[in-house]
Design a protein around this ligand. Structure first.
Ligand SMILES: NC(=O)C1=CN([C@@H]2O[C@H](COP(=O)(O)OP(=O)(O)OC[C@H]3O[C@@H](n4cnc5c(N)ncnc54)[C@H](O)[C@@H]3O)[C@@H](O)[C@H]2O)C=CC1
Ligand SMILES: CCCCCC(=O)/C=C/C=C\C=C\C=C\[C@@H](O)[C@@H](O)CCCC(=O)O
Length: 260
């Protein structure tokens, strides 16, 4: 899938991994709609990218992914400005074991909400052009992070949702591929003030720091490159792509068959 003329929507686009995903998509020819609650950072990124790549290449829309109404308005604005959506990156996410219901809301419920609203625009069954959806999960979606059980649960949920929709899309004819990235620790604001974010598991902060030291830290461009691979490689559907410092690997899931 060449990206020239393609329209992408990225959630949590203003900072961190979302910013790097936005940059790599623009660098490879896509027009990108940046959705985020951080208006200052989102507008600044839009202005920088439009200066570098052309005035009509990006659009920032203030959007909280917890709000159905704001997401609907954002897709409407995308249609009016660019004519449709071909690529969606569900990337917005938080780490907060104190406010664990909000963590479920942003990391899992919003991925489902944005995806279902995107399907109305992207699915070939409803007049869309088809395309690809890449969800930002985590290595914590494959194996547990003991200090963040709710965060871990949301990321397992994102992977399950992605794989089920990949199969549903094939069986239904949506013309949309669904994949997930599973990065290890990445250098972003999400990792700052970790002790305060672990809630009742703050006593496991040192163990988590040791895990970070053992696994190493990715820079955000190392996370964005595999996203580009999943967007452009049309053979990929239902994949969970693990990203480690200096290595990446597709997950091989056990086969569950009705014959046992
Ligand atoms: N940093 C890390 O070590 C890893 C992060 N991830 C995942 O990557 C994704 C991005 O995280 P980072 O870039 O690290 O975090 P970050 O905190 O640097 O960036 C997150 C962005 O999402 C936005 N955002 C937060 N809540 C939002 C909402 N309700 N609606 C719209 N936008 C919202 C923020 O304003 C910010 O721009 C998350 O899903 C996170 O779980 C996955 C693996 C590792
Ligand atoms: C501290 C919160 C980080 C949130 C960002 C994020 O998603 C980062 C994830 C990074 C790595 C996750 C690794 C999970 C590994 C598990 O498989 C675990 O079971 C490994 C066992 C523990 C160990 O080897 O010490």
């Amino acid at each position: 899938m060449a990206l020239n003329g393609k329209i992408a929507v990225v959630t949590g686009a203003a900072m961190g991994i979302g910013k790097a995903i936005t940059e790599i998509l623009v660098q490879n020819g896509a027009k990108v709609v940046l959705l985020d609650v951080n208006e200052t950072a989102g507008k600044a990124l839009m202005e920088t990218l439009n200066k570098q790549h052309g005035q009509d290449r990006t659009l920032f829309v203030s959007c909280n992914v917890e709000s159905e109404q704001q997401i609907k308005a954002a897709f409407q604005k995308t249609v009016e400005t660019f004519g449709g959506t071909d690529i969606l990156c569900n990337n917005a996410g938080i780490l907060n074991e104190n406010e664990w219901e909000k963590t479920v809301s942003v990391n899992l419920l919003a991925v489902i909400r944005v995806t279902y609203l995107a399907l109305e625009h992207m699915s070939k069954l409803t007049g869309g052009r088809g395309g690809v959806i890449v969800n930002t999960a985590s290595l914590a979606g494959i194996g547990p992070l003991p200090s963040c059980p709710v965060y871990t649960a949301t990321k397992h949920g994102v992977i399950g949702f992605t794989r089920a929709l990949a199969a549903a899309s094939t069986m239904s004819g949506y013309g949309i591929r669904f994949n997930a990235i599973c990065p290890g620790f990445a250098q972003t604001d999400l990792l700052s003030n970790m002790n305060n974010k672990l809630g009742r598991f703050s006593h496991l902060a040192d163990a988590t720091t040791q895990m970070v030291e053992k696994l190493g830290i990715l820079n955000v461009s190392e996370v964005a490159a595999p996203v580009l691979e999943l967007v452009t490689d049309e053979s990929k559907n239902g994949e969970a792509f693990m990203i480690f410092p200096k290595a990446k690997q597709y997950v091989t899931f056990p086969k569950v068959s009705s014959s046992g």
